[in-house]
Design a protein around this ligand. Structure first.
Ligand code: NAP
Length: 199
């Protein structure tokens, strides 16, 4: 398959790349470096990416920022940061991509455990992750040409424990191989509208 992997240089994306690049043609995408530059916060940039890469069978997104912080400290802009990036960025990858991805192709997005298990500081992130989980279920019903959309929802991943482990005290980190397997299931399975939880 020819797969656009957005966030290929990131903590999760680089593990997806390492595993999938043996079997598939992976086009690495992010704001800097990679094979194609894209900023998912901008619909025009996403459209440009799809125009520049032909015959795409699948899109995997492991990118999207959001503001973590105590609710009393979060500004409206802090919420919009994640809405523009993680939420609408991924929605637009599907909304625009449905016009470009090949028949029977798939979109795999990334949400996260905070949709189901909020913690102090997660109000903005929980909002986005839960919204995206709902979006996947709804959009799947309408995609044409056999296109599928799913999401992987990891808990904190092993490779991020050093960076964020303190905020996730008591959560069992997900081994990277299990996280990558979630993306492989979405890529190769026949299902649509599902959230694969890797908790
Ligand atoms: N790490 C975890 O434990 C964990 C757990 C659950 C869910 N998640 C979710 O998984 C996703 C990836 O997390 P991560 O920890 O792998 O992140 P990361 O290490 O910060 O990597 C992010 C990747 O996305 C790219 N990127 C960031 N903003 C972008 C944009 N606007 N347009 C295009 N590319 C962009 C980055 O490259 P450039 O900077 O070059 O653009 C990089 O390749 C996030 O949505 C995160 O919320 C992570």
């Amino acid at each position: 398959m020819k797969i656009i992997l957005i966030g290929a240089s990131g903590t999760i994306g680089r593990r997806i790349y390492e595993t999938l690049s043996n079997k598939h043609e992976i086009v690495r995408a992010s704001r800097s470096g990679g094979d194609v530059e894209v900023d998912i916060e901008t619909a025009e940039s996403i459209e440009q990416m799809y125009k520049s890469v032909s015959d795409v069978d699948a899109v995997i997104c492991a990118a999207g920022g959001a503001k973590f912080g105590l609710f009393r400290d979060l500004t409206e802009d802090d919420f919009y940061l994640g809405i523009r990036s993680k939420m609408m960025g991924q929605v637009n990858l599907v909304r625009i991509g449905q016009n470009y991805v090949s028949d029977g192709g798939s979109f795999t997005l990334t949400t996260g455990v905070l949709a189901d298990d909020p913690i102090a500081g997660s109000s903005a992130v929980t909002l986005l992750n839960a919204g995206l989980n709902g979006f996947v279920a709804a959009a799947a019903q309408e995609l044409a040409r056999g296109l599928r959309v799913n999401a992987v929802s990891p808990t904190i991943v092993e490779d991020s424990v050093a960076a964020y482990g303190d905020a996730f005290a008591g959560f069992d980190p997900a081994p990277m191989a299990r996280v990558v397997n979630g993306y492989i299931r979405c890529l190769t399975g026949n299902f649509t509208g599902r959230v694969i939880r890797v908790y």
